[in-house]
Ligand binder design. Structure first.
Ligand code: ZN
Length: 211
């Protein structure tokens, strides 16, 4: 669903998919000076500042949804999601932003935005801790560790992971409480505030894994 691999275009200075509207304009964040790549609230921002405000907005809205009935937030949330997701999707398809750090942040935003919009329609994303064994069964890099979920949603989860793993890799989740097993694809890898590596995964072969 978020597979955006493209052949590289080494001889081109700029990918044809680069967002034309904001080329050659600089970030409006104070004293930044980086080229602008996207718009947020009528401000043109560089990649770094755009991602910062997108994640802040997503977090703030996620918090508000927990404390207020969704109906009061739904319209503006849908608008925010559709505008930000459209821009992030374009950026993630752009060859010039294919360094792994930027790409994994763009993908993480898409995953979280999709979880949030699914949450509008059905079960909310739950903050819960389910004990799991996390396994990598790739013949050259097999490992297993005991861990737990930080968040779960019907089609995915965020987990603490001590082994290095790259976005796009496949892992196996095995519930320590029930023994059920599911294949999953790693969608992002980042560090939380306590310096622990967290990965986000999308379940591949079942959607009843968390009951
Ligand atoms: Zn900037």
């Amino acid at each position: 669903m978020f597979n955006i691999a493209r052949p590289s275009t080494e001889n081109q200075m700029e990918s044809p998919e680069a967002p034309k509207a904001v080329q050659g304009i600089f970030c409006s964040s104070e004293a930044c000076g980086e080229p602008a790549v996207a718009d947020f609230d009528a401000r043109r921002l560089c990649m770094e500042h755009f991602l910062v405000v997108c994640f802040q907005e997503l977090e703030a809205r996620n918090e508000r949804l927990k404390s207020q009935p969704a109906s009061t937030e739904t319209e503006s949330l849908r608008k925010f999601l559709s505008e930000s997701v459209e821009q992030v999707q374009k950026l993630s398809e752009c060859d010039r932003f294919s360094d792994s750090e930027t790409k994994s942040q763009l993908l993480e935003f898409l995953l979280r935005a999709s979880q949030l919009s699914k949450g509008l329609r059905r079960s909310p994303r739950l903050s819960s801790s389910v004990p799991v064994w996390l396994r990598r069964e790739d013949p050259s890099r097999t490992w297993e560790e005991e861990t737990w979920t930080v968040t779960v949603s019907q089609h995915g989860a965020g987990l603490v992971c001590r082994h290095p793993v790259e976005a796009g890799g496949t892992v196996v989740l095995c519930r320590r409480d029930k023994g059920s097993r599911a294949q999953a694809r790693v969608v992002y890898c980042r560090y939380d505030g306590d310096g622990r590596r967290q990965i986000g995964v999308e379940l591949l072969d079942r959607d009843d894994f968390w009951d």
